[in-house]
Design a protein around this ligand. Sequence first.
Ligand SMILES: Cc1cc2nc3c(=O)[nH]c(=O)nc-3n(C[C@H](O)[C@H](O)[C@H](O)COP(=O)(O)OP(=O)(O)OC[C@H]3O[C@@H](n4cnc5c(N)ncnc54)[C@H](O)[C@@H]3O)c2cc1C
Ligand SMILES: NC(=O)c1ccc[n+]([C@@H]2O[C@H](COP(=O)([O-])OP(=O)(O)OC[C@H]3O[C@@H](n4cnc5c(N)ncnc54)[C@H](OP(=O)(O)O)[C@@H]3O)[C@@H](O)[C@H]2O)c1
Length: 512
Amino acid sequence: MSTDSKTPTHKSVVIIGAGISGIIQGAEIHRKKVLRDPQEELVIFDKAGGFGGVWYANTYPGAACDIASHIYSISWFPKYDWSRRYSPQDEIRRYYEHVAHCYNLHKSTLFRHTVLSMHWDDAAVLWKVTVRNEETGTLHYYTAAAIISCIGQLNRPKRANIPGAETFSGPQFHTAEWDHSVELTGKRVAVIGTGPSAGQVIPSIADKVKSLHVYQRSPPHVLPRRDYAFSQPVKTLFAWVPLAQWLHHVWLYVDQELGAYRSVHVSSKENGFAAAAAQAHLEAQIPPRCQALREKLTPQYSFGCKRPLFLDDYYPAFLRDHVHLHTARLQRFTADAIATADGERHEIDVVIWATGFVTQDLLGHVDVRGHQGVALKEQWGDHASAYLGTSTHNFPNLFFVFGPATALLWGSLTFMFETQALWNVKMVQRIVAEARKGKRVGYAVKEERERKYNAEMQEKLKVLALSDPRCDSFYKNSKGVVTTNFPWRLAEYWRRCLRIEWANYDKWETKL
Ligand SMILES: Cc1cc2nc3c(=O)[nH]c(=O)nc-3n(C[C@H](O)[C@H](O)[C@H](O)COP(=O)(O)OP(=O)(O)OC[C@H]3O[C@@H](n4cnc5c(N)ncnc54)[C@H](O)[C@@H]3O)c2cc1C
Ligand SMILES: NC(=O)c1ccc[n+]([C@@H]2O[C@H](COP(=O)([O-])OP(=O)(O)OC[C@H]3O[C@@H](n4cnc5c(N)ncnc54)[C@H](OP(=O)(O)O)[C@@H]3O)[C@@H](O)[C@H]2O)c1
């Protein structure tokens, strides 16, 4: 690896990640005219090759959204002609790429650039950032007044640790790294995992493969998808009558705030209704003669402990003779087969890992050091936390979009991203305004405020199905504590983010 000059390039704002969060954050900085010359003062790094984050990476067959398109898009950048209620992957990717281009973000973005380290300099009151150009291998150095981490929670693919996996001689790949050069037609294929990614892959490939072996550790709840295409008259209505689209938005929000939110509370009647609806969906699709299959597919934990699937073609896939659902523990791989703990051996040509992502070690792949050299990895341990998901103590001018405890089980993340981006803009506006007056300032939330917020949040999480000890999920850390999710209504998040209480922040200051 060659290394270029160590003379750093200075930027007012560095954004890490060009997924939905990074795009919304970058566009908001443009919209609010935070920087005089955004092209000069802002840089966005992404280790991937294009805009979209998970919607750029996940090209597996069947990849689509399960949040209604009209609220999975940006409220101030409506798209009138979404093709369906739940859009397919490439339509979402293209929409967000279009937003990025409209706000000239492509001129500030360096793709295939991975942020390796960020070190806060207490004396200089700025960040020192090291970035690797993945094409040339060169290291580049930057300084920044503020960093906004938009690194996402679901983009570091994780495979299960099964003995002998490296000895398997056929192709194997993760759903988020789909190898389109591998032809599945007529092949004996293994899908490991039955989460939302597997749920979309299984029915999409079942028709073409010779045999499909699905390895399930715990069954998901599955609800009817209720998807539909928007007709041309509806698209025209949305385009010509903004009030109609606005009312549609409002209805979608109210539905998620009132219905979906209650459904993930363990003792609520809505939780009971949702579990019953999932059971009815299973029983409607798997006939009584397949009682053993029904039992295998029935979850033994509260609805909402894991992310439910919204699919009409998932259960029917298991009724086909060549699709096999295995529930015995995966024991080992050989060159051409998988053995399970019940003594069976299945001959396989291709393995698809639908085993999810590294989620708990948020920012763990970056060497982040804050005030007095504190390592973020050590401060967080296995419980990443941040006040309102946007700032953590000891790390001045480091802000997050989709940071700790901001994931949702019932609503649209874009609402959270928009709210966080606005909050971060207010922080950056102050930092930039002070710089124009000749002062470099840093703000990090006070430890006590962050702790109080987290304690309140953990109390609320206890009544959500997410905390059900009968299920394990990527929302929980090694102690079974939910660290990734926001537990209140979206309106509550919005209320808490209305105004920055500057007294909650420690301040760093130096003359420029
Ligand atoms: C297959 C799939 C389907 C999903 N479907 C839904 C859905 O239907 N509804 C829903 O609400 N949510 C869904 N999600 C969740 C999804 O993660 C969020 O909705 C949203 O897209 C996250 O956007 P993001 O920009 O925060 O993160 P990401 O999309 O993960 O983008 C983060 C970006 O940061 C980059 N990055 C990370 N580390 C570095 C680094 N060190 N240096 C440089 N760049 C870096 C990554 O390359 C990536 O491009 C889905 C997730 C997956 C994986
Ligand atoms: N729009 C959508 O519909 C959609 C589609 C894809 C992804 N997503 C989002 O992305 C997130 C991740 O989804 P994902 O499906 O990629 O990952 P996931 O939800 O983490 O599911 C991973 C699956 O792999 C299984 N698994 C993990 N390790 C295993 C092992 N050692 N042996 C056997 N099975 C193992 C898990 O079983 P256990 O359940 O027992 O742990 C689970 O079924 C979702 O929660 C959702 O937020 C959404």
